[in-house]
Structure formats: structure tokens, C-alpha cells
Design a protein around this ligand. Structure first.
Ligand code: NDP
Ligand code: OXD
Length: 310
């Protein structure tokens, strides 16, 4: 049995190969593009496959995303139909994304960008200190990651609301859903965090119309995907003063090109797509379990719904 490993961006291929060798010494793992006979590949564990590659693997039985998001799989118009698709769901990834989300929410809440600028000017310049309880946080996406960040923000005293596709109930969180829920959700969100999956419905969801629905002086955090954001609308909303600051972890394209206006914008904080990493130890075990399940004809863990796109 052979697994194709493709573009393990956040850990070197060697680290993944060592984990697979420890956990499943009999499994052959071939690192793309050195695939040998493509007809021998049974499973693909991948990030951002070149379009058409998977369609050329006649024995393929399952496709496993190397990350929590699966949008990169759907960029391939020839993604084979009828195969199980899975994504990463892992408590250590959730913990890291939540840490990064909390870091950025607190960065905005405590106006850390102003202290950075004052320090560079050599100026002692205390900022006002609004209370967490007076700063409503809104999370777009109340799934594995958004749900966890929502709870942790609530633990810090922020009034927290979340927005999802279907109705939800989370203790201590104001839950909104669907198109009709978006307007009241935005109207009460002073810090808006995006943890949506990228789908045709959420592509460029953070645009001028959405920003107009936020209170004046609101701030945004994007941890989802770069394509959730209409960058030109963000820059306009920052420059008009309607939005006060944006903290962005994800971009389109990545790496963010040197000429992007975001790099030098005084109201933008940038991190280089580092909110969550895929942990080889936890995730190799998930891949092996999913191979076992597919071979046994059982439902996979953490499936991706091809019709919903997440
Ligand atoms: P989940 O699938 O668990 O949650 C997705 C949430 O988004 C659900 O609440 C879902 O609603 C909601 N949603 C989806 N489509 C819509 C829509 N059209 N309208 C309203 N709500 C919608 O995903 P995760 O929480 O695990 O991950 C979210 C995303 O985070 C990933 O897809 C990835 O892009 C990004 N990510 C970024 C990382 C980084 O390093 N920056 C690291 C890991 C992930 P419902 O509950 O009703 O289904
Ligand atoms: C992911 C990511 O989807 O790192 O896992 O963005």
C-alpha cells in the first residue's frame, strides 16, 4: 500500500516520513513529485495539489487534506468524485489557532499597535483601557476553531457572538446564523474575527458591505483565508476611519507580495499564516486511522462535504 505525501509546508517532508515510519513501518510513503509508478498510489495526504494530478492516480481510495481547511483541494477542477475527503481536526491545532486568535484580539483590544508606534518615536503615550466587557467580539464561523476561540474570548470577559451557516447553541455565546443573522451579528461586533472555511459562499465575504455593517471604529482579524477579504475594501475602510485596525494572518496570494499596500499600512498587523500548524504526531495517527476505516468500509473521521465545500 502506498501513500503520496505532497507539499507538507509547515513541517519538512523528512519529519513526516519519520513519523509514518515509526507508526506504520510497512506503509510506503512517496513524496511528490518522486511518485514512481502512479498506478500504485492508494491514498493522497496533500496540500494544494497541482490540478489534474489526483485524476491521474487510478488506484486512489482517499484524499486527506494536510490542513484544517480543504479549499485547496477544490481548486483542482479534476478532483476525482466519489472518494472520501478528510481534513485535520486536532486539539493541538485548535489550541494554537485559539492562542493566535486571542493574541490578535488582545493586540487590538489593548491597542498594542499604538504602543509599537509610540516606542519607535521614543514617546511615553498611555492609551485608554476599555474593559473587555465593553468590547463585543464577533466570530464568523462557529466550527471547531471558531467555537473554541469564542469560548476562550468569553472566558476573558468579552461579550461574544458567533455566526454560522446553520443554527447553533453554545453556552455563553450569542449565536446567529444565515443571511438574516449576519446584519444583527455585525452591528454588535467591535472586534470581528473570521474563522470561516473558504467556499463559493464565503469568498470575499469581508467586503465594503460587510464593513459598513460593523460599528464605526471596529477592528477585524482574518485567520480564515486571504480570499475571505476584499483587500481594496479593507484599505478604503481603514483610510476612511470606519475601521480602526486589521490583524491579518492569511493572504491571497501567499507569501504576501512585497508591493502589497498592507505591508506598510500603519493600521495593519501582519503574521505570515502561522495561526495553526499541523502536528505530525497527532495527524499521522488520524491518517492511519482513516486508511484503516476506508479499507474496512467504515465512515472516515473528519470528512469534508464536497457539496458544501468544507
Ligand atoms: P469547521 O468546518 O469546523 O467550521 C466552519 C464554520 O464556518 C462552521 O460553523 C460553519 O457553519 C461556518 N460556515 C461555513 N460556511 C458558512 C456560510 N456560508 N455562512 C455562515 N457560516 C458558514 O472549520 P474549522 O473551524 O476547523 O476551520 C475553519 C477555517 O480556519 C479553515 O477552513 C481554514 O480556512 C482556517 N484555518 C486557518 C489556519 C491558519 O493558520 N490561519 C489554521 C487552520 C485553519 P455550520 O456550523 O453551520 O456548518
Ligand atoms: C489549515 C491552515 O487549514 O494551516 O490547516 O491554514
Amino acid at each position: 500500500m502506498a501513500v503520496m505525501l505532497l507539499k507538507p509546508a509547515k513541517a519538512a517532508a523528512d519529519a513526516w516520513l519519520a513519523r509514518f515510519a515509526d507508526a506504520a513501518p510497512d506503509l510506503e510513503v512517496r513524496v511528490w513529485p518522486e511518485l514512481g509508478d502512479e498506478a500504485e498510489i492508494d491514498y493522497a495526504f496533500i496540500w494544494d495539489p497541482p490540478p489534474g494530478l489526483l485524476a491521474k492516480l487510478p488506484r486512489l481510495k482517499g484524499v486527506f487534506s494536510l490542513g484544517a481547511g480543504a479549499d485547496h483541494l477544490f481548486r483542482d477542477p479534476d478532483l476525482p468524485r466519489g472518494l472520501p475527503l478528510t481534513r485535520v481536526v486536532d486539539p493541538s491545532m485548535t489550541a494554537r489557532v485559539t492562542e493566535h486568535g486571542l493574541t490578535l484580539v488582545l493586540h487590538l483590544h489593548r491597542n498594542m499597535a499604538a504602543y509599537g508606534a509610540a516606542q519607535r518615536r521614543g514617546e511615553w503615550a498611555p492609551e485608554p483601557q476599555p474593559r473587555a466587557q465593553d468590547r463585543p467580539v464577533g466570530i464568523l464561523g462557529l466550527g471547531v476553531l471558531g467555537g473554541d476561540l469564542a469560548r476562550r474570548c468569553a472566558d476573558l470577559g468579552f461579550p461574544v457572538a458567533g455566526w454560522s451557516r446553520t443554527a447553533k447553541h453554545l453556552d455563553g455565546i450569542d449565536c446567529f446564523h444565515g443571511a438574516e443573522g449576519l446584519v444583527p451579528f455585525l452591528a454588535r461586533s467591535q472586534i470581528l474575527v473570521c474563522l470561516l472555511p473558504l467556499t463559493p459562499e464565503t469568498d470575499r465575504i469581508m467586503d465594503a458591505a460587510l464593513f459598513a455593517g460593523l460599528p464605526k471604529g471596529a477592528m477585524v482579524v482574518n485567520l480564515g483565508r486571504g480570499k475571505h477579504l476584499a483587500t481594496e475594501d479593507l484599505v478604503a475602510a481603514l483610510e476612511s476611519g470606519h475601521l480602526a485596525h486589521a490583524a491579518l494572518d492569511v493572504f491571497e496570494p501567499e507569501p504576501l507580495p512585497a508591493e502589497s499596500p498592507l505591508w506598510a499600512h500603519p493600521k495593519v498587523t501582519i503574521t505570515p499564516h502561522v495561526a495553526g500548524v499541523t502536528d505530525p504526531d497527532a495527524v499521522v495517527a488520524q491518517v492511519l486511522e482513516n486508511i484503516r476505516r476506508i479499507e474496512a468500509g467504515e465512515p472516515v473521521l473528519h470528512p469534508v462535504d464536497r457539496d458544501l465545500g468544507y
